[in-house]
Design a protein around this ligand. Structure first.
Ligand SMILES: Cc1cc2nc3c(=O)[nH]c(=O)nc-3n(C[C@H](O)[C@H](O)[C@H](O)COP(=O)(O)OP(=O)(O)OC[C@H]3O[C@@H](n4cnc5c(N)ncnc54)[C@H](O)[C@@H]3O)c2cc1C
Length: 297
């Protein structure tokens, strides 16, 4: 786009302005100034456009390397990874609902690739962050466990089938398990941080213990701050003594009480370990949610 003003500057001197009927009485010098002004205007418009629509840092076909600038251990098996973008004013360029593919090496040195959803949005300039749960025998988990500040992560994207536009549904039900919260969190943030977006969100989030709940503080803050638009219901396998959330696995009854009823203008999203996704699909089918009303990340 930047080429436009320069191309114009090269081409315009060759034009015979006198051939234009409206220019025959114009002074060529004045016309030169007008052309220069137009060129400056285009450049300013381009700079303004770029400031409003910064170019993304991802490539859907090729892996690009991003430097790890901060690793914060959140629990014994979860860490938050902050990666620098190419410049302090760069954005990642990941549409809401999309995810990235990260490439690493497992404990045997074999290449491994897995999907991740940043918990940051394109309103976060100069960096992006991942929250990653590392499983004892997980292949990519090994890579993330080994990563130190200053190391680089190879990432490709954006990818994913889910697209989001404000108002596309009246309400979302979200059923997440463990690290399956991250695609939900990205969408929840985008909805709640946009005051024009009136979409309601009902999250049911399953974990084993309280300590396993990822982004708990952020989710509870959202539920307090945006009580009219966002509700979260935690379900634990091993709850503490004082617990007013759900207990055990997410049941049909829990979905019925905490998700929007089947309707053409709602959607139930799910993301969790494969056995949980399968069980949730069975519950949703039995409750009358059609395939259009369901989406699995
Ligand atoms: C769209 C999408 C976005 C994702 N975003 C994130 C994210 O932001 N953060 C994050 O931590 N993960 C995320 N995941 C999960 C991630 O892609 C990997 O599956 C996860 O990191 C485990 O990979 P691994 O190679 O270490 O484990 P693997 O070697 O594939 O599996 C090792 C062991 O861990 C178990 N396991 C694998 N994945 C899960 C799981 N999700 N829940 C429970 N048990 C599991 C397996 O059953 C197996 O026993 C996302 C997945 C998808 C599809």
């Amino acid at each position: 786009m930047l080429e436009l003003p320069f191309n114009m500057a090269l081409r315009f001197p060759k034009l015979d302005f006198k051939s234009f009927p409206f220019t025959e009485n114009l002074n060529p010098e004045l016309l030169g100034h007008v052309v220069a002004l137009v060129a400056v205007g285009f450049t300013a418009a381009y700079i303004y456009y770029r400031a409003k629509h910064p170019k993304g840092s991802l490539d859907p076909k090729n892996f690009k390397e991003f430097k790890l600038i901060k690793k914060t251990q959140l629990s014994h098996n979860v860490a938050r990874f902050k990666f620098a973008l190419p410049t302090p004013s760069s954005v990642l360029g990941l549409p809401v609902g999309k995810n990235i593919l990260a490439r690493g090496k497992d404990s045997q040195g074999e290449e491994v690739m897995r999907s991740y959803t940043p918990i940051t949005l394109d309103s976060n300039i100069g960096y992006f962050e991942l929250v990653v749960k590392m499983y004892p025998n997980g292949k990519m988990s090994h890579h993330f466990r080994q990563m130190k500040e200053g190391d680089f992560l190879a990432v490709r994207g954006p990818k994913g089938r889910f697209t989001y536009k404000p108002g596309q549904v009246r309400a979302f039900g979200m059923i997440a398990g463990g690290s399956g919260i991250t695609p939900m969190f990205q969408l929840i943030r985008a909805i709640l941080e946009n005051p024009k977006d009136k979409t309601k969100v009902h999250l049911v989030y399953a974990n084993v213990t309280v300590d396993d709940i990822l982004l708990k503080e952020e989710l509870d803050n959202f539920a307090n701050k945006f009580a009219q638009r966002f509700e979260v219901y935690h379900v634990l396998n091993k709850p503490p003594e004082q617990w007013n959330g759900g207990i055990g696995f997410i049941s049909k009854e829990i979905i019925k009480s905490h998700c929007p009823e089947p309707a053409q203008d709602i959607q139930i999203l799910r993301c969790g370990p494969p056995p949980m996704n399968k069980a949730m699909a069975t519950h949703l089918d039995a409750l009358g949610y059609t395939s259009n009303m369901q989406f699995e990340f």
